[in-house]
Design a protein around this ligand. Sequence first.
Ligand code: ATP
Length: 384
Amino acid sequence: MSVIELCGVTKTFADTNALSAIDLTVHDGEFLVLLGPSGCGKSTLLRILAGLEVPTTGSVRIDGTDVTTTPPRERDIAMVFQSYALYPHLSVAKNIGFPLRTAGLPRKTVADTVAHVAELLDLTPLLRRRPGQLSGGQRQRVALARAMVREPGTFLMDEPLSNLDARLRAVTRTELIALHARLHKTFLYVTHDQVEAMTMADRIALLDKGRIEQVGTPTELYDAPRTVFVAGFLGSPPMNLVDVRLRCVDGELRADLVDQTLSLGISTTTDDLDRTRVTLGIRPERLAIARREHTAQDRNRTLGERPTAADSPRAAATITATVGLIENLGADILAHCRVGEVSLCARLPRVGSGHDLRPGTPIVLVAEHDDLHFFDAETGRRLH
Ligand code: ATP
């Protein structure tokens, strides 16, 4: 068992509030990723769990025992650092066995354990080498092996892949997922890389400015971000976030975007939200091009009328825009479109759409009502 609980944890360094009121439970055997931009407090949180920092207030419990001030070596955890922190003058075997030798275990036990872990991580042929004779990925595995020999209940990892090139990072990512599945241990993993977080995590805790913005599965955070910050942080390219003004028309909510009125598919019995400013979010891949005949309709409409939901072939919001820059991603393109001063990015299939998009082309984009996200323009919190 290795359940970790953080209760009201804060950490202040001189005049910096690195962490504020952190409440977080990490379940036994879970792969939890601490994600967030540089300086948001991820490493500080990990260091508090490791016992390398003491929180200013709040408590840390492991399996129900308060370990807030317990020194690192007395916690059932091992930490893998970004730098790997290997001893350059020792062989791979000696590096891996180091924690066991310092714990005074018999030579045979050390040798057997090192051999076992090396086998698990494909390091057996490299045991006699020194760290300087290894690739970045191999060094990373040695650091991991050294953390594994003590069989801790929890592994803490601080950006362990950041020194690897893109290809090796992708390979090692897969290896870590497989390793976690094999070991059934609790993994806490710090990164600012959303791809790592999305692909590896059972759950993500997304931090900003020392606070947890949202904790949930990658899909929960992606599909139902609780704040504008979460919406804008996850996704590449990020979610389109535009300020709109709501209007109540005939028992339905609409949104004014520049010179257009979008149907939102939300009925309302009051006028309470009339004229409220909200942030509307639409993911680039949830925008599609309207049918060609629909585009023609909209071109006509620009003479006087505005598009409405009734014009749409399915219940969706339609947005008339002009194509600006186009980026070719191979399978897809990113069409950066303009609606007056507002930019909208649409991720569209490169072939097969039947549209020849060029800068300056008029375009009608559609987004299904379910793919519209609304956030309070003041607080950034999700509304719908
Ligand atoms: P990065 O991704 O850049 O490593 P991070 O999210 O891990 O960033 P932390 O290293 O936890 O962020 O730092 C959080 C805040 O606390 C930052 O503003 C940092 O400058 C500050 N900080 C961290 N350690 C100390 C320290 N020992 N003394 C003073 N300030 C510190």
